[in-house]
Write a protein that binds this ligand. Structure first.
Ligand SMILES: *Cc1c(COP(=O)(O)O)cnc(C)c1O
Length: 395
């Protein structure tokens, strides 16, 4: 077998790249996968090598073959200049923001952002002298009106992972770049498989690998990729803190990346079918799924995304807390839990009304977020239909 050159890699179809990225059996005695390297100390053969820091690896925090395999694979998938791995998605958000901010800066963040990101901005960035303003995700290029002389970065997320507002990321990137801002995006929902972030103008892209890269609800992982302009700064920031991901988790993510396109396609098909089924239910007021024609962000999704994942939300018609509990508590196939992206179906009630600052969240009834897993759709629908029946019987 001949080695793939970087040029070969670039010309290959996504599915082929996912199988080969970050893997070099000739360096692993012919074994297909890069094994788990555990290690802190790296030994140098001579004093001269020590003094000149010669050698591919220098210290556990600076990289291992396992960590490098996943970084390389992710860089290729994201179409980036480089990537770093973090022990969680939230840590990835933190390092991405620390890469482009300093005391005295002003940061713009979409009001639909993953809630712990907002808590990081308010709880930590504020202490370090960075002020955050939240913007209406529907603004698009008009977000320019919120730029101040000290605005240095803008964080987007499309769609919002509870409320599913879309954002015109290319238009935001264009006005932001005209003013020299760094454009960040939490791309966890689509992954680079459905939204190539750097091609669309994003400088620094964040992925919670905890979700679809793992695909098994069995690990935590964060990935940050950056374009050529920002990668040196990202790597430097990472090296100053050394928030290293675990080698076993990196190994499991390498296993996950090989089947990621396949799994996502199935989640997409299942979730769309389920979203349409829910849209037709009498208990449902609205389904928030950008790939549905009824979604206000559908045109943006169609223009910029090549697919949709397994996560979407549903706004119910007015119902009491007891009624919603009757629906959720006795489900047999849908678990209630906050993470997602694994093989299993999930549902969780949520309410964004208490913390939004740029937009209001006031649906007519309770809101539920679904993740559709790989189970049989007939079984899943029967489970939900029984739940709606229980809900109807509560007076
Ligand atoms: C889950 C999630 C994260 C954080 O990932 P963790 O690994 O759980 O810290 C960040 N952004 C989005 C959109 C997420 O869904």
């Amino acid at each position: 077998m001949k080695k793939l050159t970087p040029d070969d890699q670039r010309n290959l179809d996504l599915r082929t790249r996912l199988v080969h990225a970050g893997r070099d059996p000739s360096e692993q005695h012919g074994f297909v996968n890069t094994p788990i390297y555990r290690g802190s100390t790296v030994l140098y053969p001579t004093m001269d090598d020590v003094l000149n820091r010669r050698g591919r690896y220098s210290y556990g925090t600076k990289g291992t073959p396992t960590i490098e395999s996943l970084e390389t694979a992710w860089t290729q998938l994201a179409g980036a200049a480089g990537s770093v791995l973090l022990p969680s998605g939230l840590a990835a958000i933190a390092i991405a923001l620390q890469t482009c901010l300093k005391a005295g800066d002003h940061l713009l963040v979409t009001d639909s952002v993953y809630r712990p990101t907002r808590e990081f901005c308010e709880g930590l960035l504020k202490r370090f002298g960075v002020e955050t303003t939240y913007f209406d995700p529907a603004l698009g290029a008009a977000v320019e009106s919120l730029f101040r002389p000290n605005t240095t970065a803008i964080l987007t997320e499309a769609p919002g992972s509870q409320s599913f507002e879309m954002q015109d990321v290319p238009a935001i990137a264009e006005v932001a770049h005209r003013r020299g801002l760094c454009v960040l995006m939490d791309n966890t929902w689509a992954t680079p498989i459905f939204f190539p972030p750097h091609e669309r103008g994003v400088d620094i892209a964040i992925e919670a690998g905890t979700k679809y890269l793992s695909g098994g609800s069995d690990l935590l992982m964060g990935l940050v990729s950056a374009n050529a302009e920002w990668f040196p700064r990202l790597r430097q920031t990472f090296d100053l803190i050394a928030p290293c991901a675990g080698p076993e988790d990196a190994f499991l993510c390498l296993r996950g990346i090989r089947t990621m396109a396949l799994r996502l396609k199935e989640h997409e098909k299942q979730a769309l079918d389920m979203a349409r089924w829910l849209e037709a239910r009498p208990e449902v007021h609205q389904v928030l799924h950008p790939a549905l024609e009824s979604h206000p962000g559908h045109a943006l999704w169609k223009r910029d995304f090549s697919g949709s994942s397994g996560l979407f939300s549903v706004l119910l018609k007015p119902a009491s807390r007891t009624q919603v509990a009757a629906l959720l508590d006795d489900l047999k196939l849908f678990g209630m839990g906050y993470s997602w992206g694994g093989f299993e179906s999930l549902v969780i009630p949520f309410d964004c009304s208490t913390y939004r600052t740029a937009t209001t969240w006031s649906p007519p009834g309770p809101a539920l977020r679904f993740h559709i897993g790989l189970e049989s759709l007939d079984d899943l629908k029967a489970d939900l239909a029984a739940g709606f029946e229980r809900m109807r019987k509560v007076v």
